[in-house]
Design a protein around this ligand. Structure first.
Ligand code: SF4
Length: 254
């Protein structure tokens, strides 16, 4: 999975425009690397960036998920936990290169993988996701739409928690998907925070422009659904528990 900064980081490594990288090498509108490379002996396709007998062709730009493997990273109540996920990744059973790696502390492992900037990017996009969900909640609660008797919006929010990224992408629409995955911002290799702050401002600005043009409750409800779809889609990109989030935000809207 890729957050938008990681998509730009990979495109930078590949020396191509982020849009081209997204269209050529990603699925789900740019939040998942395509796995359409050579097949292994089990018939599983490798990542589009994998080169046989060489490894990752974009090693310096690889995303956090690849840097962490086989460790997972969880944030609960603002506490970060690293968990071993080797048992759920069959690669560890079949790849001698991985099995023969030396044993390291988690700290040493993360240092070696240079995860700091990538973890920062992930945490910043977690904030962005929350901010987008706050816009959706504001549209529902602060406009009088919820108290007017609307229940449709919250039902849709709950439903979206179980939808696929492609279903969410359809709800979001091309303009907002481009704003999310291909923001018109100068990419900063060593400063994900600044890039993501600018990205947040851009998203806020566009949401505000759209809010300024709303003329009735139907349009308010539609935008509340669209914004929540966007928050959940970004949630998928950063590996959040989207189903639980959709449930939580729906309850907050009651
Ligand atoms: S590390 Fe592997 S999965 Fe990650 S980008 Fe490189 S080839 Fe793809």
């Amino acid at each position: 999975m890729l957050n938008p900064w990681e998509l730009h980081r990979l495109a930078f490594e590949k020396q191509m425009a982020a849009r081209d990288f997204r269209d050529l090498y990603c699925d789900w509108s740019g939040i998942l690397l395509k796995f359409n490379g050579e097949k292994d002996e089990r018939g599983k396709s490798s990542c589009s960036q994998y080169i046989e007998n060489f490894g990752c062709s974009l090693h310096e730009g690889r995303p956090l998920a690849c840097r962490l493997f086989p460790i997972g990273r969880q944030i609960q109540n603002e506490t970060i936990q690293y968990i071993f996920q080797g048992e759920t990744f069959p690669c560890l059973n079949g790849c001698p290169e991985v099995i023969e790696l030396p044993q390291l502390s988690v700290e040493a492992y993360l240092k070696g993988q240079q995860t700091t900037l990538f973890e920062q990017a992930q945490d910043e996009y977690l904030e962005v996701m929350q901010n987008i969900a706050d816009i959706a909640l504001m549209l529902l609660l602060d406009t009088g739409w919820a108290t007017s008797g609307d229940t449709h919006t919250r039902v849709q929010w709950r439903t979206m928690g179980s939808e696929s990224p492609n279903q969410l992408a359809q709800r979001i629409g091309e303009k907002w998907l481009d704003l999310l995955t291909l923001p018109d911002i100068v990419f900063k290799l060593d400063d994900p925070k600044e890039f993501i702050l600018e990205h947040q401002n851009l998203l806020n600005e566009n949401a505000q422009n759209q809010i300024d043009c709303l003329i009735n409750f139907t349009e308010i409800g539609d935008l509340a659904i669209q914004m929540m779809a966007l928050a959940l889609f970004l949630g998928k990109a950063i590996g959040a528990d989207v189903k639980s989030l959709a449930e939580m935000w729906s309850e907050m809207g009651e």
